[in-house]
Ligand binder design. Sequence first.
Ligand code: HEM
Length: 424
Amino acid sequence: MMTKPPLDKGSPIFGHSIKFNNDALSLVKNLQNKYGDIFEISILNQRVTMFMTPSATRHVYLDAEDNFSSKHGWEFSLGKTFENGLMLRDFDDHKFHRGLMQDSFRRDALKNYLMIIQPILDEWIENLKKNKSFDLYKTMKGLMFKISLELFFDEVDNSRQKELERLFTEAIKSATSVVRLPLPFTKLRKGLKARQELLKYFEEKAKTVDTSSKTLFSELVKTNKHEAGLSNFEIAEHMIFLLLAAHDTTTSTLTSAIHHISTNKSFYEELKNESETIELTDISDLKNGIKAESLFSEAMRKYPPVPFSVRYVMRDTIVENYKLDAGTYIAIGPLVLHNDERYWENPKDYNPNRFLGSNDLNEAYFPFSGGAHTCLGKFFASYLFKNVVYKLTSNFEGIHSEKELFINPAPIPYPRKDVKITIS
Ligand code: HEM
């Protein structure tokens, strides 16, 4: 029998928006206790049906019948700042753009990106040697920005770096702002302004970029084949979305992972030993780095960088016996599934070893989504993660921190308070 999901509107004005931003996992778990795995809530003034089962999550990501729009789902939060980015495109249009962009993520291109970032990683290590301590999240964010400057912005002279960092930060911040109208002084207004300036930068730069330079930007510019490929404006739009897709995701994953190894000496040692067998720009070597892979997998399990995915229902359809009307929103939640006792042993524990020794994939694990919108940067993200972790462990005897790291897992994971890491 088909039914309608139970509705919980939350508080009269804000619905569940504030609770969601403060502690999304507890909010959803409480609602699950009350209603089961499928229910409807009100958030950012929209009614959203939540499906917290592995089978519904797979069904929605795979979307065999083109029922669910990623574009209209994500524009709900990413709004106009990231308009026409890959995740903000659907179906045939998305397929066309993804097909052209995919070439910039081929194996030899990724190897070139890894070569380009080596001097940045070395400089980072030299600074750590001098300072002997660092603020974890802040440092990871800074490092990921430096890497973006090199790979995404392409040869920026020093005088422009600060300005680009500001634009980049304002664009990204607007993605998580609760106020979704571009009113004066809001994050969204600043984000939209930053988008205009970034578009101008990338569009101009696309005309002059050295296409033999092997950065991600120059690879993407090579897809400009006029009518048969992407225009410089479309490339600029993709670049802005790529900045968002690549930055906070890798920053948060590295933050919780490095915190974990700062409190677990034996795991640190094992990674240090593994690093001796790995050449950091050799993709086969990197793939074989299973200890680092387990750390990467666990970081994304506990705090998935994309904790929820939203989709817009294009036509009346049925999911798990629930009737969904066209024009409504649905959400699926890797964050909730990854922390559910029914699918994971002691999910509260940060334990990379759970990913070692078994090749069976857990049915409730969706760090990179699935189907047409599967993360395009997932291999690069893993190689970048391993490069940072191996550089650290191969250069230092140990790293330590005294404090626990409290991460607020949504709308994107970030620590409530940064922690200091000391180096020995
Ligand atoms: C730990 C790091 C990362 C994680 C966990 C992650 C996760 C995800 C997820 C879950 C999605 C799809 C969301 C949805 O379907 O609703 C996605 C999309 C995407 N990601 Fe990543 N991402 C990471 C890093 C990166 C990096 C480094 C890049 C690029 C250099 C990147 C590029 C993209 C792109 C282009 C898309 C859109 C794909 C499409 O719509 O076809 N990601 N990512």
